[in-house]
Design a binder for this molecule. Structure first.
Ligand code: 13P
Length: 339
C-alpha cells in the first residue's frame, strides 16, 4: 500500500467546492427510480441516463470530484463507444465503485441487516482498479426502531458485525490501492427524534472507528460517509436546519479523528434543498478538523431524472437540472450557499 497516494486521492475527493455523485444504484434501486418517471429499466436506458449525467460538462468539471458507479456501469460504454469511466476521467473527476453486494437478514436479530460481499472482494478490487476505479464504497445499514422482541433496534450485534465488515472491506481496499468510502448509514425512516439518531449514530461511529483501528486501516487513506444527526421522517417534531447542523458537527467532532481526510454525507431521503441547506449550515459553523462535503444520490439526481424522463430531447434539460443541484451543493461545501 502506498499511503501517500491513497491520501492524495482521498483529499481530491473532498476538494473544497466539490463533492461526490453517488450514481451507484443497484439494478433494483434504479428500477424504482425509473418507475417513478415511467421509464423502462433496460440496460440501454440505464446507460443513456448515466451518460447524460457524466457528459454534463459544467457539473462534472466544476462541482463533482468523483462518481460512485455500480458494477454494470463501470463496464459500459457510451453510445459512441467511449467507456463511461473515460467520460468521468476526461471531465477531471475520479471514478469509484460500489463493491458491497447488498444486505441480508442478520441471523437471530429480527428486522436487522448485515451487508455482504467480502468473498472474493480482493480479486474484484484488482479488476476495478485496472478499469480505472480509485475509490470504492461499502454501505452498512443500521435501522432505528423498537424491534419485535422488545430488545430494541439497533442491537449491539448489528452494530458490531456491520462495523467488522466495513473494516474488513476498508483494509482490502487499501491493500488494492483503492480509497475506501466507509458508509455506516443510520436510517432516517423512523419516528425517532434527532437525539435518538444522535445517540445511535454515536455508537455506530465509535464502533466503526474501533474496528478500523483493530484491522489496521490507515485513517489518512479513507473517506467517511455518514448520515447527519436528523429527526426520523415520521417524527412529529422535525429539528430545524440549525439544530441538525449544530448536532451533526458536535457528533462528528466527538467521534471522527482529525486524521480522516474528509467527510462526505449521504442524503438518505432528505429533499434536495434540505440536503443542501444542512451541508451549508454545517460549513457556515466553520473551524472544522476535516472538509465536509456531499456524496449524494437522490438529492443530486431527483431533479435531472424528472427533467429527463427518458426522452433524448430532454437531455439538455436533465443536464441543466443536474448542474444546478451540483452547483448548489458545491457552494454548500464551502458554506457559501444562499437559500
Ligand atoms: P442518497 O444520497 O440517496 O442517500 O444515496 C447516497 C448513497 O450512496 C447511499 O449509499
Amino acid at each position: 500500500m502506498n499511503l501517500a497516494d491513497l491520501n492524495k486521492v482521498a483529499r481530491a475527493m473532498v476538494t473544497p467546492g466539490k463533492g461526490i455523485l453517488a450514481a451507484d444504484e443497484s439494478s433494483g434501486t434504479i428500477k424504482k427510480r425509473f418507475d417513478a418517471i415511467k421509464v423502462e429499466s433496460t440496460e440501454e436506458n440505464r446507460r443513456d441516463y448515466r451518460e447524460m449525467l457524466f457528459r454534463s460538462q459544467e457539473a462534472m468539471s466544476k462541482y463533482i470530484s468523483g462518481v460512485i458507479l455500480y458494477d454494470e456501469t463501470i463496464w459500459q460504454n457510451a453510445k459512441d463507444g467511449t467507456p463511461l469511466v473515460k467520460l468521468i476521467e476526461q471531465a477531471g473527476a475520479i471514478p469509484g465503485i460500489k463493491v458491497d453486494e447488498g444486505t441480508q437478514p442478520l441471523p437471530a436479530c429480527p428486522g436487522e441487516l448485515v451487508t455482504v460481499g467480502l468473498d472474493k472482494l480482493a480479486e474484484r478490487l484488482k479488476k476495478y482498479y485496472e478499469r480505472g476505479a480509485r475509490f470504492a464504497k461499502w454501505r452498512a445499514v443500521i435501522d432505528i426502531g423498537s424491534g419485535t422482541d422488545g430488545r430494541g433496534i439497533p442491537s449491539m450485534t448489528a452494530i458490531r458485525v456491520n462495523a467488522h465488515a466495513l473494516a474488513r472491506y476498508a483494509a482490502l481496499c487499501q491493500a488494492a490501492q483503492i480509497v475506501p468510502i466507509v458508509e455506516p448509514e443510520v436510517l432516517m425512516d423512523g419516528d425517532n427524534d434527532i437525539d435518538r439518531c444522535y445517540d445511535v449514530t454515536q455508537r455506530v461511529l465509535n464502533k466503526t472507528f474501533q474496528e478500523l483501528r483493530v484491522q489496521r486501516v490507515a485513517l489518512e487513506g479513507m473517506i467517511l460517509k455518514p448520515n447527519m444527526a436528523i429527526s426520523g421522517k415520521k417524527c412529529a417534531k422535525q429539528a430545524s436546519v440549525a439544530e441538525v447542523a449544530e448536532k451533526t458537527v458536535r457528533l462528528l467532532k466527538s467521534c471522527v479523528p482529525a486524521a480522516v481526510p474528509g467527510i462526505a454525507f449521504l442524503s438518505g431521503g432528505q429533499s434536495d434543498e434540505e440536503a443542501t441547506a444542512h451541508l451549508d449550515a454545517m460549513n457556515k459553523i466553520g473551524n472544522l478538523p476535516w472538509p465536509l462535503t456531499f456524496s449524494y444520490g437522490r438529492a443530486l439526481q431527483a431533479a435531472p431524472q424528472k427533467a429527463w424522463s427518458g426522452k433524448a430531447g430532454n437531455v439538455p434539460a436533465g443536464q441543466q437540472a443536474f448542474s444546478h443541484r451540483a452547483r448548489m451543493n458545491g457552494l454548500a461545501s464551502t458554506g457559501k450557499w444562499d437559500a
